[in-house]
Each structure stands twice: as structure tokens, then as C-alpha cells.
Design a protein around this ligand. Structure first.
Ligand code: NAD
Length: 370
């Protein structure tokens, strides 16, 4: 197994360092290689995604990504901005399935803006199709209208489209993920208005027939947005298109309180994946040693589960994170009265200590790094 480590910019380097520590105490054998990406790569090589970094990512079974970006790059031409590295990796690796779990640890229910009883124990998974839909559909552009309400007026247009294979493959991803969880899939669409999403719904039903052990239901996107804040625990796996998923996954993320807790994964059809926290490079706190590394550490758990087939190791990391929270340790973003405020490094060390404690103090390390 080969893991490409791309820390990136800002707090990216700080949080990835803690995640690598966690990898190092697991009883697993793999190779890691680190490369520059984002602003750091632009400074060194004049491009946010140098060919060497892209080749490393392509050759790896999984990519552990920190975050990229800094306000100082805002004036660069678009193609050279750090964030272009993420789009380049998604495109070149064919990462079409985005997984965003929204998990609310019992110990952090007060951090949510919803009532604790609505979010305590919340564990849902939003699966967003990542490479199609209106974000990529052609044609798009601006022109002079030849029909519509105002012929002759300037207008802009985009194209919403999905092909059958695109919908089928994300449907399989969702049903297979549900099999590893509570065996329920909610497909979110707008089939009452959009032809694209009637097509989406029809295919979800067809593919669902191959998974008789998984319950499938359908919800219009407007209702789904409402239900996510009314009764989020009713969901198990939510699958939807690129645009609806963009919006709903951020809504679901905020149910859990802090963005510093939320991992994510983007997978291709070979289960090769890019794993990263849901947040950005947080230039406002970079270099201070206060960033929460748990989203990145939980991204490692996702990487072990989805790309590296190491479910037991993934479970161990998640239970170590839970143990650390139960012990009352908190970074600033999740701190509250009565808990102990710690920095990035102390939080990483505490997760490592909890992992070591699970094995009665013994650790085996077999990792080569370069
Ligand atoms: P951000 O997610 O970096 O930060 C938003 C807020 O959350 C900030 O106040 C930050 O301090 C806080 N925060 C984020 N992660 C945290 C953590 N782990 N622990 C504690 N607090 C945390 O979003 P932003 O400020 O809008 O963007 C900053 C830069 O990151 C921009 O250049 C943006 O383009 C980039 N960005 C990158 C990614 C990515 O790499 N995937 C995603 C989003 C934004």
C-alpha cells in the first residue's frame, strides 16, 4: 500500500503531521511519500499541482491531503491559484464520489446550533456526485437571447446533464456504502421539476433492485434541506447530484458544530481516494499550533476503511478520538467551560496515546517514509 502525503498550506502542514503520527502507531505496513501542493508548490515550482506531485498521487492507493490556499494568492491568475490543485487532482484521478460523513460525538452535542437531543449520536453520510451535473455541463456561457421572456436581451446559461453511467456508478457507491452501515439510502432529487433528476430517480430505482437488502427512498431537495435540520437522525446514507450535494453537505456539516471535526473522502471507480478535512487552510490561525487535527485524523480512518480495506484500524482510530473527547481534551474550536484546552500537537499526541492504550501499550511500526 502506498500513501501520498500532501500537506499543502497554512494549517495543512500542522494537522497532517498529527495524522501521520497516528498512521505511524498502527500495526500496518505501507509506504508513504510526501510532496508539495497548493501555494507551497507554487512557491517552489511555479505551479500549484506540479507534475511530480500529480504522478505521485496517481501512483498511490490513497492521498492524504491537508488544505491549500492563502489570501496572498488571491491576485494570481486563476490557473495558478492553490485551490486549482484540488480540482486538478479530482479531474486527473477521476474522483467522482465525494463522501462527507456528519457525525456528532455525544461529547460535543452542545457545539451544534441545533438542540442536543436532535444531534446527539448523529451519524449520517452524504454522498455527492462530484464530476458531473450543472457544474460541468456544456454548453454554458453568455449570449444574446433569441427567445424567452426578453428576446434580444443579454443572458447567461448553464446545462444540467447526467449520463446513465454517471448515475449508475454513484448509485452503486451509495448502496454499497449503505450495506456497511444501516442499509438505508435516501436519493435526493428534484424530479418534480427537472428531467435530469427524473432520469436520476429512475436509475436509482433500477440499481436499487440489485440491493434488495438496502431500503431506498426519495426526497425532493427542498424537503431534504428542511428534514436535515428538523430530524437529521432519520437519515443514513444520502446520495445526490453535484450541486444539491454541495449545498446539503455543508448544511449537514454544520449540524455537528465544528468544521474542525469533519473528514471527507473523494473516490474513483478503483477505490483510489483523496482524503482531507472538510475545512480549508485557515490562514487566520496558521502557525499558532491551535488548529484541530481531528478532521484530518478521522480522514485517515476513512482512508483505511474505503481505500485500504483496513476496517479494524479505522474503527480503532475513531474510538481513540472518542476516548480523547471523553477525557475532556478540546482544541479552541470545540472548547467549552469545564474541558481542557489543548493545542494541535497535544491533541495528536493524545490520540496516539489512546491508540497505544488499546493494545496494552505495545506498538508495531513498519512504515517507510521519503
Ligand atoms: P477555512 O475552512 O480555512 O476557515 C474557516 C474558519 O474555520 C476560520 O476561522 C478557521 O480558523 C476555522 N478553522 C478551519 N479549520 C479549522 C481547524 N482545523 N481547527 C480550528 N479552526 C478551524 O475557510 P476560509 O477561511 O474561507 O478559507 C481559507 C483558505 O482556505 C482560502 O484560501 C480558501 O480558498 C482555502 N480553502 C481550501 C480548501 C481545501 O484545501 N480543500 C477548502 C476550503 C477553503
Amino acid at each position: 500500500m502506498k500513501i501520498a502525503i500532501l500537506p499543502g498550506d497554512g494549517i495543512g502542514t500542522e494537522i497532517v503531521a498529527e495524522a501521520v503520527k497516528v498512521l505511524n502507531v498502527l500495526d500496518l505496513s505501507f509506504e508513504t511519500e510526501t510532496a508539495l501542493v497548493g501555494g507551497a508548490a507554487y512557491e517552489a515550482h511555479g505551479h500549484p499541482l506540479p507534475e511530480s506531485t500529480l504522478n505521485l498521487a496517481k501512483a498511490a492507493d490513497a492521498v492524504l491531503f491537508g488544505a491549500v490556499g492563502d489570501w496572498k494568492y488571491d491576485k494570481l491568475e486563476r490557473a495558478l491559484r492553490p485551490e486549482q490543485a484540488i480540482l486538478g487532482l479530482r479531474k486527473n484521478l477521476g474522483l467522482f464520489a465525494n463522501f462527507r460523513p456528519a457525525i456528532c460525538y455525544e461529547q460535543l452535542t452542545h457545539a451544534s446550533s441545533l438542540k442536543p437531543e436532535l444531534v446527539a449520536g448523529l451519524d449520517i453520510l452524504i454522498i455527492r456526485e462530484l464530476t458531473g451535473d450543472i457544474y460541468f455541463g456544456q454548453p454554458r456561457g453568455r449570449r444574446t437571447a433569441v427567445d424567452g421572456l426578453f428576446p434580444g436581451a443579454e443572458e447567461a446559461f448553464d446545462t444540467m446533464r447526467y449520463s446513465r453511467p454517471e448515475v449508475e456508478r454513484i448509485a452503486h457507491v451509495a448502496f454499497q456504502a449503505a450495506r456497511r452501515r444501516n442499509k438505508r439510502v435516501t436519493s435526493v432529487d428534484k424530479a418534480n421539476v427537472l428531467e435530469t433528476f427524473q432520469f436520476w430517480k429512475d436509475i436509482m430505482i433500477e440499481v436499487g433492485q440489485q440491493y434488495p437488502d438496502v431500503a431506498l427512498d426519495h426526497m425532493y431537495v427542498d424537503n431534504a434541506a428542511m428534514q436535515l435540520v428538523k430530524a437529521p437522525k432519520k437519515f443514513d446514507v444520502v446520495v445526490t447530484g453535484n450541486m444539491f450535494g454541495d449545498i446539503l453537505s455543508d448544511e449537514a456539516a454544520m449540524l455537528t458544530g465544528s468544521i474542525g471535526m469533519l473528514p471527507s473522502a473523494s473516490l474513483n471507480d478503483r477505490n483510489q481516494g483523496l482524503y482531507e478535512p472538510s475545512h480549508g487552510s485557515a490562514p487566520d490561525i496558521a502557525g499558532q499550533g491551535v488548529a484541530n487535527p481531528l478532521a484530518t485524523i478521522l480522514s485517515v480512518a476513512m482512508m483505511l476503511r474505503y481505500s485500504l480495506n483496513q476496517t479494524e484500524a479505522a474503527d480503532r482510530i475513531e474510538s481513540a478520538v472518542s476516548a480523547v473527547l471523553s477525557a475532556g481534551l478540546r482544541t479552541g474550536d470545540i472548547w467549552s467551560e469545564g474541558t481542557k484546552r489543548v493545542g494541535t500537537r497535544e491533541m495528536g499526541d493524545a490520540v496516539v496515546a489512546a491508540l497505544v492504550a488499546q493494545t496494552g501499550g505495545k506498538t508495531i511500526t513498519s512504515i517507510t517514509t521519503s
